[in-house]
Write a new protein. Structure first.
Length: 422
Protein backbone atom coordinates (compact mmCIF):
# COMPACT_ATOMS: atom_id res chain seq x y z
CA UNK A 1 0.00 0.00 0.00
CA UNK A 2 1.67 3.20 -1.23
CA UNK A 3 -0.18 5.61 1.02
CA UNK A 4 0.65 3.78 4.24
CA UNK A 5 0.53 6.99 6.28
CA UNK A 6 -3.12 7.39 5.35
CA UNK A 7 -4.04 3.79 6.18
CA UNK A 8 -7.19 4.05 8.29
CA UNK A 9 -7.14 0.53 9.77
CA UNK A 10 -5.35 1.51 12.96
CA UNK A 11 -7.95 4.20 13.66
CA UNK A 12 -10.68 1.61 13.07
CA UNK A 13 -8.92 -0.67 15.57
CA UNK A 14 -8.91 2.17 18.11
CA UNK A 15 -12.62 2.61 17.46
CA UNK A 16 -13.26 -1.10 18.08
CA UNK A 17 -11.18 -0.90 21.27
CA UNK A 18 -13.25 2.03 22.52
CA UNK A 19 -16.53 0.27 21.69
CA UNK A 20 -15.34 -2.75 23.71
CA UNK A 21 -14.22 -0.37 26.44
CA UNK A 22 -17.65 1.26 26.63
CA UNK A 23 -19.90 -1.78 26.29
CA UNK A 24 -18.22 -4.49 28.34
CA UNK A 25 -16.63 -1.96 30.68
CA UNK A 26 -19.93 -0.38 31.67
CA UNK A 27 -21.81 -3.69 31.81
CA UNK A 28 -19.17 -5.15 34.16
CA UNK A 29 -19.89 -2.52 36.83
CA UNK A 30 -23.09 -4.25 38.00
CA UNK A 31 -21.31 -6.07 40.84
CA UNK A 32 -20.39 -2.86 42.65
CA UNK A 33 -23.94 -1.50 42.32
CA UNK A 34 -25.85 -4.58 43.56
CA UNK A 35 -25.79 -3.57 47.23
CA UNK A 36 -26.94 -0.02 46.45
CA UNK A 37 -29.71 -1.30 44.16
CA UNK A 38 -30.85 -3.68 46.89
CA UNK A 39 -30.74 -1.21 49.78
CA UNK A 40 -32.51 1.57 47.88
CA UNK A 41 -35.32 -0.57 46.47
CA UNK A 42 -35.89 -2.75 49.52
CA UNK A 43 -35.60 -5.92 47.43
CA UNK A 44 -33.11 -8.43 48.83
CA UNK A 45 -29.78 -9.12 47.15
CA UNK A 46 -31.04 -12.43 45.76
CA UNK A 47 -33.91 -10.83 43.84
CA UNK A 48 -31.70 -8.02 42.54
CA UNK A 49 -29.07 -10.57 41.52
CA UNK A 50 -31.47 -12.01 38.94
CA UNK A 51 -30.46 -9.05 36.76
CA UNK A 52 -27.47 -11.18 35.82
CA UNK A 53 -29.69 -14.13 34.96
CA UNK A 54 -31.87 -11.98 32.69
CA UNK A 55 -28.72 -10.64 31.05
CA UNK A 56 -27.42 -14.15 30.40
CA UNK A 57 -30.73 -15.27 28.89
CA UNK A 58 -30.66 -12.15 26.73
CA UNK A 59 -27.12 -12.99 25.61
CA UNK A 60 -28.25 -16.44 24.46
CA UNK A 61 -31.26 -15.09 22.52
CA UNK A 62 -29.59 -12.04 21.02
CA UNK A 63 -26.33 -13.77 20.06
CA UNK A 64 -28.31 -15.46 17.28
CA UNK A 65 -29.96 -12.19 16.22
CA UNK A 66 -26.66 -10.29 16.33
CA UNK A 67 -24.99 -12.53 13.74
CA UNK A 68 -27.82 -11.90 11.27
CA UNK A 69 -27.89 -8.19 12.09
CA UNK A 70 -24.14 -7.91 11.47
CA UNK A 71 -24.43 -9.52 8.01
CA UNK A 72 -27.39 -7.32 7.00
CA UNK A 73 -26.68 -4.00 8.71
CA UNK A 74 -22.89 -3.99 8.97
CA UNK A 75 -20.60 -3.39 11.94
CA UNK A 76 -21.14 0.38 12.14
CA UNK A 77 -24.91 0.08 12.60
CA UNK A 78 -24.77 -2.82 15.05
CA UNK A 79 -22.16 -0.97 17.11
CA UNK A 80 -24.36 2.12 17.13
CA UNK A 81 -27.25 0.01 18.46
CA UNK A 82 -24.95 -1.42 21.14
CA UNK A 83 -23.80 1.99 22.39
CA UNK A 84 -27.34 3.38 22.56
CA UNK A 85 -28.48 0.21 24.36
CA UNK A 86 -25.61 0.54 26.84
CA UNK A 87 -26.62 4.11 27.74
CA UNK A 88 -30.28 3.09 28.07
CA UNK A 89 -29.24 0.08 30.19
CA UNK A 90 -27.50 2.16 32.87
CA UNK A 91 -30.21 4.85 32.80
CA UNK A 92 -33.01 2.32 33.43
CA UNK A 93 -31.61 1.67 36.92
CA UNK A 94 -32.38 5.29 37.85
CA UNK A 95 -36.13 4.61 37.58
CA UNK A 96 -36.02 2.55 40.78
CA UNK A 97 -38.28 3.61 43.66
CA UNK A 98 -38.11 2.53 47.32
CA UNK A 99 -40.52 0.14 48.99
CA UNK A 100 -40.20 -3.20 47.18
CA UNK A 101 -42.14 -1.89 44.21
CA UNK A 102 -42.66 -4.38 41.36
CA UNK A 103 -41.97 -1.66 38.81
CA UNK A 104 -38.45 -1.34 40.22
CA UNK A 105 -37.72 -5.01 39.50
CA UNK A 106 -39.14 -4.57 36.00
CA UNK A 107 -36.75 -1.68 35.33
CA UNK A 108 -33.84 -3.62 36.86
CA UNK A 109 -34.49 -6.67 34.68
CA UNK A 110 -35.07 -4.54 31.58
CA UNK A 111 -31.70 -2.95 32.26
CA UNK A 112 -30.13 -6.40 32.37
CA UNK A 113 -31.73 -7.29 29.05
CA UNK A 114 -30.61 -4.04 27.42
CA UNK A 115 -27.06 -4.87 28.50
CA UNK A 116 -27.39 -7.98 26.33
CA UNK A 117 -27.72 -5.75 23.27
CA UNK A 118 -24.49 -4.03 24.28
CA UNK A 119 -22.65 -7.32 24.70
CA UNK A 120 -23.94 -9.18 21.63
CA UNK A 121 -24.15 -6.25 19.18
CA UNK A 122 -20.94 -4.45 20.12
CA UNK A 123 -18.23 -6.70 21.51
CA UNK A 124 -16.16 -9.71 20.42
CA UNK A 125 -17.98 -10.92 17.30
CA UNK A 126 -18.59 -7.46 15.82
CA UNK A 127 -15.16 -6.10 16.73
CA UNK A 128 -13.57 -9.22 15.20
CA UNK A 129 -15.34 -8.47 11.93
CA UNK A 130 -13.96 -4.90 11.95
CA UNK A 131 -10.44 -6.20 12.51
CA UNK A 132 -10.88 -8.85 9.80
CA UNK A 133 -12.01 -6.14 7.35
CA UNK A 134 -8.90 -4.05 7.94
CA UNK A 135 -6.14 -6.54 8.74
CA UNK A 136 -4.78 -9.66 7.08
CA UNK A 137 -1.37 -9.19 8.65
CA UNK A 138 -1.14 -8.42 12.38
CA UNK A 139 -4.72 -9.65 12.87
CA UNK A 140 -3.98 -11.67 16.03
CA UNK A 141 -1.87 -8.88 17.53
CA UNK A 142 -4.52 -6.23 16.85
CA UNK A 143 -7.27 -8.53 18.15
CA UNK A 144 -5.45 -9.03 21.45
CA UNK A 145 -5.06 -5.29 21.95
CA UNK A 146 -8.68 -4.55 21.03
CA UNK A 147 -10.08 -7.28 23.28
CA UNK A 148 -8.00 -6.03 26.20
CA UNK A 149 -10.37 -3.05 26.11
CA UNK A 150 -12.90 -5.27 27.90
CA UNK A 151 -10.74 -6.03 30.94
CA UNK A 152 -8.95 -2.72 31.30
CA UNK A 153 -12.10 -0.82 30.39
CA UNK A 154 -14.00 -2.59 33.14
CA UNK A 155 -11.32 -1.63 35.65
CA UNK A 156 -11.50 2.05 34.69
CA UNK A 157 -15.32 2.13 34.74
CA UNK A 158 -15.42 0.40 38.13
CA UNK A 159 -12.79 2.73 39.58
CA UNK A 160 -14.62 5.80 38.20
CA UNK A 161 -17.92 4.60 39.64
CA UNK A 162 -16.26 4.13 43.02
CA UNK A 163 -15.00 7.70 43.04
CA UNK A 164 -18.43 9.00 42.03
CA UNK A 165 -19.92 7.20 45.03
CA UNK A 166 -18.10 9.76 47.20
CA UNK A 167 -20.18 12.65 45.86
CA UNK A 168 -23.41 11.22 44.38
CA UNK A 169 -25.77 8.32 45.00
CA UNK A 170 -26.04 5.36 42.63
CA UNK A 171 -28.62 7.16 40.47
CA UNK A 172 -26.35 10.17 39.97
CA UNK A 173 -23.48 7.81 39.25
CA UNK A 174 -25.45 6.01 36.54
CA UNK A 175 -26.58 9.29 34.95
CA UNK A 176 -22.99 10.51 34.70
CA UNK A 177 -21.84 7.17 33.31
CA UNK A 178 -24.54 7.30 30.62
CA UNK A 179 -23.18 10.66 29.41
CA UNK A 180 -19.66 9.26 29.05
CA UNK A 181 -20.98 6.11 27.37
CA UNK A 182 -22.72 8.20 24.71
CA UNK A 183 -19.83 10.63 24.27
CA UNK A 184 -17.12 7.98 23.85
CA UNK A 185 -19.28 5.41 22.10
CA UNK A 186 -20.87 7.73 19.52
CA UNK A 187 -17.53 9.37 18.72
CA UNK A 188 -15.96 5.95 18.17
CA UNK A 189 -18.72 4.61 15.94
CA UNK A 190 -19.30 7.77 13.87
CA UNK A 191 -15.68 8.89 13.44
CA UNK A 192 -13.56 5.73 13.64
CA UNK A 193 -15.56 2.73 12.42
CA UNK A 194 -15.24 2.83 8.61
CA UNK A 195 -15.53 0.29 5.79
CA UNK A 196 -12.25 -0.11 3.85
CA UNK A 197 -14.12 -0.65 0.56
CA UNK A 198 -16.04 2.62 0.94
CA UNK A 199 -12.76 4.40 1.71
CA UNK A 200 -11.05 2.86 -1.31
CA UNK A 201 -8.48 1.03 0.81
CA UNK A 202 -7.35 -2.57 1.14
CA UNK A 203 -6.72 -4.48 4.37
CA UNK A 204 -3.16 -4.43 5.70
CA UNK A 205 -1.24 -7.31 4.13
CA UNK A 206 -3.80 -7.90 1.36
CA UNK A 207 -1.24 -7.95 -1.45
CA UNK A 208 1.14 -10.27 0.42
CA UNK A 209 -1.70 -12.64 1.30
CA UNK A 210 -2.77 -12.81 -2.35
CA UNK A 211 0.74 -13.67 -3.48
CA UNK A 212 1.11 -16.34 -0.82
CA UNK A 213 -2.23 -17.85 -1.76
CA UNK A 214 -1.20 -18.08 -5.42
CA UNK A 215 2.11 -19.73 -4.56
CA UNK A 216 0.96 -22.11 -1.83
CA UNK A 217 -1.39 -25.03 -1.43
CA UNK A 218 -4.27 -25.43 1.00
CA UNK A 219 -3.33 -26.74 4.43
CA UNK A 220 -5.53 -29.15 6.30
CA UNK A 221 -6.40 -27.98 9.81
CA UNK A 222 -6.31 -30.83 12.34
CA UNK A 223 -9.46 -31.56 14.28
CA UNK A 224 -12.83 -33.25 14.24
CA UNK A 225 -16.08 -32.06 12.72
CA UNK A 226 -18.93 -30.70 14.81
CA UNK A 227 -20.97 -33.86 14.27
CA UNK A 228 -18.05 -36.02 15.40
CA UNK A 229 -17.55 -33.81 18.45
CA UNK A 230 -21.21 -34.05 19.44
CA UNK A 231 -21.05 -37.84 19.26
CA UNK A 232 -18.02 -38.01 21.52
CA UNK A 233 -18.28 -38.38 25.34
CA UNK A 234 -15.56 -35.71 25.62
CA UNK A 235 -17.96 -33.04 24.34
CA UNK A 236 -20.61 -33.68 26.98
CA UNK A 237 -18.05 -34.01 29.77
CA UNK A 238 -16.49 -30.69 28.74
CA UNK A 239 -19.92 -29.05 28.42
CA UNK A 240 -20.78 -30.07 32.00
CA UNK A 241 -17.36 -28.87 33.18
CA UNK A 242 -17.87 -25.44 31.58
CA UNK A 243 -21.24 -25.14 33.31
CA UNK A 244 -19.58 -25.68 36.70
CA UNK A 245 -16.52 -23.47 36.24
CA UNK A 246 -18.37 -20.60 34.54
CA UNK A 247 -21.05 -20.62 37.24
CA UNK A 248 -18.29 -20.33 39.83
CA UNK A 249 -16.38 -17.59 38.02
CA UNK A 250 -19.57 -15.61 37.41
CA UNK A 251 -20.44 -15.79 41.12
CA UNK A 252 -17.22 -14.05 42.09
CA UNK A 253 -17.55 -11.35 39.43
CA UNK A 254 -21.17 -10.64 40.37
CA UNK A 255 -21.15 -10.84 44.16
CA UNK A 256 -17.62 -10.21 45.45
CA UNK A 257 -18.10 -6.42 45.90
CA UNK A 258 -21.35 -7.04 47.81
CA UNK A 259 -19.54 -9.48 50.11
CA UNK A 260 -16.81 -6.94 50.74
CA UNK A 261 -19.38 -4.28 51.60
CA UNK A 262 -21.16 -6.72 53.91
CA UNK A 263 -17.86 -7.08 55.75
CA UNK A 264 -17.19 -3.43 56.42
CA UNK A 265 -15.96 -1.83 53.19
CA UNK A 266 -17.83 1.18 51.82
CA UNK A 267 -18.91 1.35 48.17
CA UNK A 268 -15.84 3.29 47.05
CA UNK A 269 -13.39 0.91 48.74
CA UNK A 270 -15.18 -2.11 47.25
CA UNK A 271 -15.04 -0.51 43.81
CA UNK A 272 -11.33 0.19 44.18
CA UNK A 273 -10.56 -3.42 45.12
CA UNK A 274 -12.69 -4.62 42.22
CA UNK A 275 -10.81 -2.30 39.86
CA UNK A 276 -7.50 -3.76 41.07
CA UNK A 277 -8.87 -7.25 40.44
CA UNK A 278 -9.87 -6.30 36.88
CA UNK A 279 -6.51 -4.67 36.10
CA UNK A 280 -4.61 -7.76 37.24
CA UNK A 281 -7.09 -9.94 35.30
CA UNK A 282 -6.41 -7.94 32.14
CA UNK A 283 -2.67 -8.45 32.62
CA UNK A 284 -3.25 -12.18 33.15
CA UNK A 285 -5.17 -12.40 29.86
CA UNK A 286 -2.22 -10.86 28.00
CA UNK A 287 0.05 -13.77 29.00
CA UNK A 288 -2.46 -16.59 29.28
CA UNK A 289 -1.73 -17.91 25.78
CA UNK A 290 1.99 -18.30 26.47
CA UNK A 291 1.35 -19.97 29.83
CA UNK A 292 -1.11 -22.38 28.24
CA UNK A 293 1.35 -23.27 25.47
CA UNK A 294 4.12 -24.05 27.96
CA UNK A 295 2.09 -25.76 30.68
CA UNK A 296 -0.31 -27.73 28.50
CA UNK A 297 -4.10 -27.94 28.88
CA UNK A 298 -4.26 -30.18 31.98
CA UNK A 299 -1.67 -28.30 34.06
CA UNK A 300 -3.15 -24.98 32.98
CA UNK A 301 -6.60 -26.13 34.12
CA UNK A 302 -5.24 -27.18 37.51
CA UNK A 303 -3.48 -23.83 37.96
CA UNK A 304 -6.54 -21.65 37.33
CA UNK A 305 -8.97 -23.89 39.26
CA UNK A 306 -6.69 -24.17 42.30
CA UNK A 307 -6.21 -20.38 42.17
CA UNK A 308 -9.99 -19.99 42.25
CA UNK A 309 -10.30 -22.33 45.24
CA UNK A 310 -7.63 -20.25 47.01
CA UNK A 311 -9.68 -17.11 46.25
CA UNK A 312 -12.77 -18.75 47.72
CA UNK A 313 -10.81 -19.69 50.85
CA UNK A 314 -9.83 -16.03 51.23
CA UNK A 315 -13.45 -14.95 50.73
CA UNK A 316 -14.55 -17.28 53.52
CA UNK A 317 -11.70 -16.04 55.77
CA UNK A 318 -12.86 -12.48 55.14
CA UNK A 319 -16.13 -13.15 56.97
CA UNK A 320 -15.99 -10.67 59.87
CA UNK A 321 -12.25 -10.06 59.34
CA UNK A 322 -11.80 -7.52 56.52
CA UNK A 323 -7.99 -7.53 56.74
CA UNK A 324 -5.99 -6.04 53.89
CA UNK A 325 -3.88 -9.18 53.44
CA UNK A 326 -6.99 -11.33 53.03
CA UNK A 327 -8.42 -8.88 50.49
CA UNK A 328 -5.16 -9.05 48.55
CA UNK A 329 -5.53 -12.83 48.47
CA UNK A 330 -9.13 -12.54 47.26
CA UNK A 331 -8.14 -10.22 44.43
CA UNK A 332 -4.86 -11.82 43.29
CA UNK A 333 -6.03 -15.44 43.35
CA UNK A 334 -9.32 -14.54 41.63
CA UNK A 335 -7.43 -12.62 38.93
CA UNK A 336 -5.22 -15.66 38.30
CA UNK A 337 -8.44 -17.66 37.91
CA UNK A 338 -10.05 -15.12 35.54
CA UNK A 339 -9.51 -17.46 32.54
CA UNK A 340 -12.31 -19.64 33.97
CA UNK A 341 -14.75 -17.26 32.28
CA UNK A 342 -12.63 -15.66 29.58
CA UNK A 343 -10.26 -18.29 28.18
CA UNK A 344 -11.03 -21.82 29.37
CA UNK A 345 -13.87 -22.44 26.86
CA UNK A 346 -11.76 -21.54 23.83
CA UNK A 347 -8.39 -22.86 24.93
CA UNK A 348 -9.52 -26.21 26.28
CA UNK A 349 -12.14 -26.76 23.60
CA UNK A 350 -9.59 -26.34 20.83
CA UNK A 351 -7.20 -28.72 22.60
CA UNK A 352 -9.91 -31.38 22.86
CA UNK A 353 -11.44 -31.03 19.37
CA UNK A 354 -8.81 -29.25 17.25
CA UNK A 355 -9.30 -26.23 15.02
CA UNK A 356 -10.93 -27.81 11.97
CA UNK A 357 -14.54 -27.02 12.91
CA UNK A 358 -14.01 -25.31 16.22
CA UNK A 359 -16.03 -22.17 15.44
CA UNK A 360 -19.20 -24.26 15.26
CA UNK A 361 -18.16 -26.45 18.21
CA UNK A 362 -17.33 -23.39 20.30
CA UNK A 363 -20.72 -21.79 19.57
CA UNK A 364 -22.41 -24.95 20.86
CA UNK A 365 -20.21 -25.12 23.96
CA UNK A 366 -21.11 -21.50 24.77
CA UNK A 367 -24.59 -22.73 25.63
CA UNK A 368 -23.08 -24.43 28.69
CA UNK A 369 -21.21 -21.25 29.55
CA UNK A 370 -24.44 -19.22 29.44
CA UNK A 371 -26.39 -21.82 31.41
CA UNK A 372 -23.70 -21.81 34.10
CA UNK A 373 -23.80 -18.02 34.31
CA UNK A 374 -27.61 -18.06 34.44
CA UNK A 375 -27.54 -20.50 37.38
CA UNK A 376 -25.34 -18.19 39.46
CA UNK A 377 -28.16 -15.97 40.77
CA UNK A 378 -30.65 -18.71 41.74
CA UNK A 379 -27.90 -20.75 43.42
CA UNK A 380 -26.65 -17.72 45.34
CA UNK A 381 -30.23 -16.80 46.23
CA UNK A 382 -30.73 -20.26 47.71
CA UNK A 383 -27.68 -19.83 49.94
CA UNK A 384 -28.71 -16.32 50.99
CA UNK A 385 -31.89 -17.85 52.39
CA UNK A 386 -29.86 -20.12 54.70
CA UNK A 387 -28.12 -19.34 57.98
CA UNK A 388 -24.67 -19.64 56.39
CA UNK A 389 -25.56 -17.12 53.70
CA UNK A 390 -22.96 -15.94 51.20
CA UNK A 391 -20.09 -17.31 53.26
CA UNK A 392 -21.31 -20.87 52.68
CA UNK A 393 -21.91 -20.08 49.01
CA UNK A 394 -18.19 -19.38 48.50
CA UNK A 395 -17.42 -22.86 49.81
CA UNK A 396 -19.92 -24.31 47.35
CA UNK A 397 -18.50 -22.41 44.38
CA UNK A 398 -14.99 -23.47 45.32
CA UNK A 399 -16.23 -27.06 45.29
CA UNK A 400 -17.93 -26.70 41.89
CA UNK A 401 -14.69 -25.29 40.45
CA UNK A 402 -12.86 -28.42 41.64
CA UNK A 403 -15.53 -30.66 40.10
CA UNK A 404 -15.19 -28.70 36.86
CA UNK A 405 -11.42 -29.11 36.98
CA UNK A 406 -11.71 -32.90 37.24
CA UNK A 407 -14.22 -33.02 34.39
CA UNK A 408 -12.00 -30.89 32.14
CA UNK A 409 -9.04 -33.20 32.75
CA UNK A 410 -11.26 -36.20 31.94
CA UNK A 411 -12.45 -34.57 28.69
CA UNK A 412 -8.82 -33.96 27.70
CA UNK A 413 -7.94 -37.60 28.47
CA UNK A 414 -10.76 -38.95 26.28
CA UNK A 415 -10.33 -36.36 23.52
CA UNK A 416 -11.32 -37.63 20.05
CA UNK A 417 -8.14 -35.97 18.81
CA UNK A 418 -6.10 -38.56 20.73
CA UNK A 419 -8.08 -41.38 19.18
CA UNK A 420 -7.54 -39.93 15.71
CA UNK A 421 -3.79 -39.72 16.31
CA UNK A 422 -3.46 -43.45 17.18
Amino acid sequence: MNESKKFFGYKAAIGAFLVMFVNLGACTTLGIFLTSLSEYSGWDLGMVGYIGTVNTIGNVILSIVAVKALSKLGAKTTMLISVLACAIHVHLYTFAVPGQNISTLVFYYLAGFMASFSITFGTHAVCSSVIADWFVEKREQISGIVFSGAGFGAAIWVFAAGQLFKVVDFKGCYRILSIFILAIGLFSVICLIKDPKKMGQKPLGWDNAGAASDAGAAVDVPGVSKSEALRSPAFWVLALALLFVCMSGSAYMSYAPSWWQANGLDATAAANWNAIYLVISGAVLLIVGKVFAKAGPSIFTVIVCVAFVAAMACMVALNGHPATLILVGCVVFAALAYPLNASIPGLIGQSVFGGRDFAAISATLMTSVYVGQALTAPVMNAFLATEGGMGTAWLFFGGTALVGMVLIIVSIAISPMKKAAK
